[in-house]
Ligand binder design. Sequence first.
Ligand SMILES: [Zn+2]
Length: 98
Amino acid sequence: MEIKGLQQVETTIDFRCDLCGDSCKQETGVTQSLEFGTLNANWGYASKHDGESYNIHFCEDCFFQTLANLREARRGIRMFDQDFDPLAGTETDPLAEK
Ligand SMILES: [Zn+2]
């Protein structure tokens, strides 16, 4: 026999951007959605940061600003590599637009 009833369940209703502190909740007319990007890491025994975990949430603006900063950092690191083409974006490039 199935018995139904109402029960309170805790659920995520918003994220706050870990950079600017803004809400990641977007409302368009009658719909709401959580729009965010994340940066995750779980460092293990062989790393210099053993045991450290990160789960950083970004709002849309901060995500794309961070992505632009990463692309710029990569350009600086690789600019003298013989095979580096700063204008190239490949499907395997994790920083390229998909
Ligand atoms: Zn933000």
